[in-house]
Ligand binder design. Structure first.
Ligand code: BMA
Length: 997
């Protein structure tokens, strides 16, 4: 029988997630060695019981308990009540701390139009950001508090421009959301043990406008404003605040204010540990091929940072250090303070065979991420209280290798390749933006859900992009646990920035705060000073060319002399790059503003091209590292209907244009849909609106698949110009900030877009990738693991769109060579696949009659394992000989227990025709084993992993299935015909018309 790779894939995937006896999945207990409470909901491929039996995990650290670490020698117990009021006191409501103005006003029913994201509420609620707001509380402190040598108010984060007032006296001012502020309040506490604390926030719009105007008296620091499509606010670059809070091309403006992080009033007499910086260097050279059982020795350097009670001078005591149950030491320490801060460096060696190495996702022992509790206590010689802090650390090295690709010919450029534990690896991942425009709205569970969705889809690297926030501690703890390497931008994006001294000082404080806080996380791969500002300067995005030298000097002052210097003074263990995109060493050699920041031969590239055919691999650059690329789509109808009314349900509605912040975005989506499929009219019916949302996701999924596979295919070779050795593909963007069109693969709320299902397939460790080059269908095998697979069976099957039986197929025996991408088979469309013979239908081109699916498997008989499947359309679906398919739900059964979800359901679909991009949706939160797939058999079963508990009935009630021909207006359109499509109403802005003529 002709093999059917697509059907076999879904069965194989089921095998991977649970074991079945007579079709009933059995609950399997996941074994993790270093997971805290976060991983309760999901486990992943390779983590089930069988694996853990066959691969015991003797070396991993014991399960670690996430806990509250005692942070203060003596702190008041504050159960205070807060009030929020505006300047003229017309509004006075209870407030939450930590929190923000918007959420407090919402909780107090002051925002009557409902949800922040409902329809035009971003505009309706803008008034909030234009006012000044005060947070006030009154509380009593223990009279003993005032007896301490030093009494301080510590704010981990105030957003943003504020005065801190204690008992009517201003004790400090803030203007940087990312700085930890410490204010001395001893004398105020001494006067009274009843404390009136008030934080007076100035509107960030007022603050940044004033800063912009002050700056303008000297010279303009552009841009003057965001594009008007953003529906945003101007001058975010003049305030150290989440840059996207003034709007971005995927998000709304909610310029928040508030006490957004933890605060405390605390007193102490000697030292209080604030941060622990952790560096581990192996005592032996690590092998270039991974050995997951290797347990080398490590030289450890700890830098313990203290708040000091003394402004200057020395304090005697002991430092006690515990590294899990692996190592402990107590050492006498003399600690010298300066400006009420102190630090102490301690070094020690961990012998061989004591700790496991930390590896990124896809490497290491499955299900095991080796993390260790590190606890440091300060015990002063005097009677004063001790101070302790704990962090969780991992043992690993990171490097960004930039060797010449050919030392004999330096003109061919340099690598830009990540090595972890001396092992080179391909970075597969995406770019993270804030998960909500109001940080206080993001729960730990939601962060976990999003990052798990990245891990499940084989991602090993997430770039925290520079226009958002330095993420929460929880975010990085989860990344440590999931093995997601974090490319950490500093928060500067798409702008020029001021360089007056107070601004630079504040930036230096910011960098210090963040590096001290984040340094110990093994997940953090590198620091990058800004997003796209080298490219902006070189490319004159903001009209800086006429004064280039001035802006360049400013650029260097900020990112090189300030950000880089502070970073490197605190962290020599990680790579630092000045910008992304950037040419790395080459940019440095070109005095930090390279002639060609987008060079394919150096560093990383951001590549966006919305006007060419996005499904054509030939348009993509053979860069060293694609750190940003992508296409927009809309989220699901389920997401949109939560925040819209019927009148908005058209791609041409004012709401659709209001949400589309990317200039020309609507036209670009329409163009790309129109290039490949039939663009539905913007006629205001629910059906055409839903079709449009669906088609935008099909476009995006196939486009990003095409581009990502192209990058992976280029991992191990270069062309004669030196292009190739591609070492990373981080698509833009992981997650959404609200319900609107964006590049995200996960929509707001966590539901997977079609792209996310494709990510799981195109980032699979061993991938077969098909592409057409001239008259040849090429089959490449990409293996980014260190295990070769020899003797795989490759099946390439030719189908016609108008019948389910395959036409012909080819089998070949191929190898997946470790860490290589190779073309393993080539089939001429005419001589081998014989399109002329097999693919005739009236006047249709052969490529519109047939398409190809392929699969590769290893082993045979019972032991056969499916490695990867894929498909390649030869023409455009809009011209294809597709027959109207009725894809129906044959059955829903469950719940079953699997390692992925306690509520797993099996959904069986049937179809009477070949169906493209079969898309299954339910109301219940969760995700499917596969979605957006091609159906070439009459029946296909997939699994649904519910997030909460649900029932067959509930799923059956809401389940909906769409395939491509459902979006065709009537059956006849399946045969068409550009004319008919064009006649349908189009928004005047749709440039797809231009493309067709
Ligand atoms: C890149 C990013 C973001 C932007 C995205 C999509 O430039 O750095 O600034 O949102 O492209 O336009």
């Amino acid at each position: 029988m002709t093999p059917n790779p697509l059907t076999r894939e879904s069965e194989a995937r089921r095998e991977g997630s649970c074991i079945r006896v007579y079709g009933i999945p059995i609950l399997l207990t996941a074994v993790f060695c270093a997971v805290g409470g976060y991983l309760a909901f999901l486990s992943y491929e390779g983590s089930h019981h069988e694996d853990s039996k066959s691969q015991p995990i003797p070396f991993c650290s014991p399960s670690l308990v996430r806990g509250e670490w005692p942070t203060a020698a003596s702190s008041s117990s504050l159960s205070e009540k807060w009030t929020l009021r505006n300047l003229n006191r017309s509004i006075k409501v209870p407030a939450s701390v930590p929190g923000g103005v918007y959420t407090d006003l919402m909780a107090a029913d002051i925002l009557p139009e409902g949800d922040f994201y409902y329809r035009f509420n971003d505009l309706n609620y803008r008034w909030v950001a234009k006012e000044d707001w005060s947070y006030c509380t009154t509380f009593e402190v223990d009279p003993e508090m005032a007896q301490h040598q030093r009494v301080v108010l510590i704010f981990d984060g105030l957003d943003t421009a504020a005065e801190v007032v204690v008992n009517g006296v201003v004790v400090g001012e803030t203007n940087n959301m990312f700085v930890r502020y410490v204010f001395n309040v001893k004398e105020h506490i001494q006067e009274s043990n009843v404390v009136d604390l008030e934080i007076r926030f100035e509107s960030p719009l007022t603050y940044s406008t004033r800063a912009f105007e002050d700056q303008l008296k000297d010279y303009l620091v552009p841009p003057k404003c965001v594009p008007k499509d953003y529906q945003g606010e101007c001058h975010a670059n003049h305030i150290r605040k989440m840059q996207a809070s003034f709007s971005w091309d995927w998000g709304p403006a909610f310029p928040n204010m508030g006490i957004w992080k933890r605060w405390e009033l605390t007193g102490f007499d000697t030292l209080k540990i604030s941060d622990i910086l952790f560096t581990a260097t192996p005592t032996e050279e690590l092998p270039a091929k991974p050995d997951f059982s290797l347990r080398p020795g490590w030289n450890v350097t700890l830098e313990v940072i203290f708040d000091s009670a003394l402004e200057s001078g020395s304090t005697e005591g002991e430092l006690e250090i515990f590294l899990g149950d692996v190592f402990n030491v107590t050492t006498d320490a003399t600690i010298i303070a300066k400006d009420f801060e102190a630090s102490k460096t301690v070094t020690f060696e961990i012998g061989q065979n004591l700790v496991d190495m930390w590896w990124p996702n896809g490497f290491g022992i499955p299900g095991c991420r080796a993390l260790y509790d590190l606890n440091v206590s300060w015990k002063p010689k005097t009677e004063s209280p001790t101070s302790s802090k704990g962090v969780r650390v991992g043992f690993r090295t990171v490097e960004l290798n930039q060797d010449f690709v050919d030392p004999a010919n330096e003109t061919l450029g340099r690598h830009y390749r990540v090595h972890v534990n001396n092992v080179k690896m391909f970075m597969k991942g995406s770019n993270w933006i804030p998960a909500h425009i109001l940080p206080e709205m993001v729960s730990e569970d939601y962060t976990l859900e999003l990052l798990q969705a990245a891990q499940i889809t084989h991602q090993n690297c997430i770039r925290v992009w520079g226009g958002g926030i330095y993420e929460t501690d929880t975010f990085y703890e989860i990344a440590d646990e999931l093995g997601l390497l974090i490319w950490q931008d500093f928060m500067f994006a798409c702008s020029m920035y001021p360089v007056n001294q107070p601004f630079l000082d504040s930036v230096a404080d910011e960098i210090r705060t963040q590096i001290r806080r984040l340094h110990h996380h093994p997940s953090i791969l590198l620091w990058a000073a800004n997003n796209e500002n080298e490219a902006a300067l070189r490319g004159n995005w903001y009209g800086t060319a006429s004064n280039f030298e001035k802006y360049k000097a400013d650029y260097k002052k900020l990112y090189v002399e300030t950000v880089r210097n502070v970073t490197q003074s605190l962290d020599s263990s990680r790579p630092f790059v000045v910008s992304s995109p950037n040419n790395g060493i080459e940019s440095e050699e070109e005095d930090h503003v390279a002639k060609h920041p987008y060079s394919n031969l150096y560093g990383d590239v951001h590549y966006y091209n919305y006007l060419s055919d996005a499904w054509d691999w030939k348009i993509y650059p053979r860069t060293r590292f694609a750190s940003e690329y992508g296409f927009q789509s809309w989220p699901s109808f389920r997401a949109m209907r939560n925040v819209t009314t019927e009148e908005d349900w058209s791609r041409t509605s004012s709401l659709s244009y209001h949400r589309q912040h990317h200039p020309g975005g609507q036209e670009e989506i329409a163009l790309q849909i129109g290039l490949h499929m039939h663009l539905p009219p913007g006629d205001g019916t629910e059906k055409t609106y839903r079709d449009y949302l669906y088609l935008s996701q099909v476009h995006q999924a196939v486009a990003v698949k095409t581009e990502s596979e192209f990058y992976r295919r280029g991992m191990s070779s270069i062309n004669s110009q030196g292009e190739g050795y591609i070492s990373g593909a981080l698509y833009w963007q992981t997650n959404d900030i609200w319900q609107g069109p964006s590049w995200a693969s996960l929509e707001y709320g966590g539901r997977w877009k079609m792209l996310h299902y494709y990510v799981k397939k195109f980032f699979t460790p061993v991938l077969i990738s098909l592409y057409v080059d001239g008259d040849d269908l090429e089959v490449a095998v990409i293996n980014d693991s260190y295990e070769s697979i020899t003797g795989m069976t490759l099946s390439v099957v030719l189908y016609r769109y108008d019948q389910m039986e395959p036409i012909t197929y080819f089998n070949a025996t191929v190898d997946a060579v470790a860490m290589e991408a190779n073309v393993v088979a080539r089939y001429n469309l005419w001589d081998d696949l014989k399109l002329t013979e097999h693919c005739q239908s009236g006047l249709k081109d052969e490529v519109d009659v047939c398409f190809v699916v392929a699969g590769a498997s290893a082993g045979s008989g019972e032991g056969e394992t499916l490695i990867s499947t894929n498909f390649q359309l030869l023409g455009k679906p809009k011209d294809a000989l597709l027959q109207k398919a009725s894809v129906e739900v044959r059955s829903v059964s469950g719940p079953y227990l699997t390692t992925i979800s306690n509520d797993t359901f099996i959904i069986t679909l049937s179809s009477n025709q070949v169906a493209l991009f079969v898309w299954v949706e339910v109301d219940d939160p969760g995700f499917f084993s596969d979605n957006g797939f091609l159906m070439v058999t009459e029946e296909v079963s997939i699994e649904f992993y519910a997030e909460g508990s649900t029932t067959e009935e509930s799923l059956q009630q809401s389940i909906q299935v769409t395939s491509l021909t459902d979006t065709y207006m009537d059956e006849s359109i399946a045969r068409v015909d550009r004319e008919a499509a064009m006649e349908r109403a189009l928004h005047p802005n749709d440039i797809r018309n231009l493309i067709f003529v």
